[in-house]
Design a protein around this ligand. Structure first.
Ligand code: NAD
Length: 261
């Protein structure tokens, strides 16, 4: 018996990183997963590995309404229904707020905030139609606090928490629970772009990341995408049946207090 037997969950941005680990874990727990991303090659390879009984890849640019419509149509064609959504796709840009070009600010908002809105708007009615289910939005610890050089990102992640709370209140009567993940630093291409650079020395990169988070985070290390996937599973399964509208911080204690050293 898996925790998600009989469930069908669409995960945006699932070709790599946290979304990939969510897709792997959800499939292992019995769900049929719809892997949705703009990275077609990686997403299709992951779906193939998981097998067509368990996984389908769909091209989805979360900024585009028509992509959402096509993605849910493909998902329903393959699996008959959708009763779960993980809004995971996101991008990060570093810039001082007063130096951020409007275009860059809007680009971040389009993916992180508008993408989550379109996901909720498109998929929530189908989840209700299927008899209820869950939505998990991916915010960030910067959805709860400020951090220099990530103004557009932090604004969009604060907005994701606002969407989460409103959606939870509006959708509760339809049997749809809506919660949010607030990860701290997680070891993916987003925090560690050198991981994607074929010229970077992987050992050197790993040592630099390890040294940084040993200092910054009380638990002394960067988080693993598998650990975030475990929280997404909790919020998608019946283990969280009386929880809705909440942000869940998963950050190794980073937000717990000010570090002295
Ligand atoms: N890595 C961290 O430290 C961290 C911390 C807090 C929150 N987050 C959030 O977690 C989520 C997953 O990020 P990750 O760490 O796995 O990084 P990642 O860069 O490895 O994964 C992001 C995924 O989103 C996809 N994506 C980007 N733009 C898209 C679009 N327009 N349409 C569809 N897919 C798109 C990418 O192709 C990629 O597969 C993001 O929302 C991110 O903001 C990450």
């Amino acid at each position: 018996m898996g925790k998600l037997d009989g469930r069908t969950v669409l995960i945006s941005g699932a070709a790599r990183g946290q979304g990939e680990q969510e897709a792997r874990l959800f499939a292992a727990e019995g769900a049929q997963v719809v892997i949705a991303d703009v990275l077609d090659e990686q997403g299709a390879a992951l779906a193939k590995e998981l097998g067509e009984e368990s996984a389908l890849y769909v091209h989805l640019d979360v900024r585009r309404e028509e992509d959402w419509q096509a993605a849910v149509a493909a998902a329903r064609g393959a699996f008959g229904k959708i009763d779960g959504l993980v809004n995971n796709a996101g991008i990060l840009r570093f810039n001082e707020l007063v130096g951020t070009p409007l275009e860059e600010f809007q680009q971040v908002v389009q993916v992180n905030q508008v993408g989550a809105f379109l996901g909720i708007r498109t998929v929530a009615p189908l989840i209700a139609e299927a008899g209820g289910g869950t939505i998990v939005n991916t915010s960030s610890y910067t959805g709860l606090t400020g951090m220099a050089f990530v103004g557009a990102y932090a604004a969009s992640k604060h907005a994701v928490l606002g969407l989460t709370r409103v959606a939870a209140v509006e959708l509760a009567a339809k049997g749809v629970r809506v919660n949010a993940l607030c990860p701290g630093a997680v070891d993916t291409a987003m925090t560690n772009p050198a991981a994607l650079d074929p010229d970077a020395d992987p050992e050197e990169t790993k040592e630099a990341v390890d040294a940084l988070y040993r200092k910054l985070v009380p638990l002394g290390r960067i988080g693993r995408p598998e650990e975030v996937a475990a929280l997404a599973l909790f919020l998608t399964s019946d283990d969280s049946s009386y929880i809705t509208g909440q942000p869940f911080v998963i950050d190794g204690g980073w937000l717990a207090g000010v570090s002295l050293f």
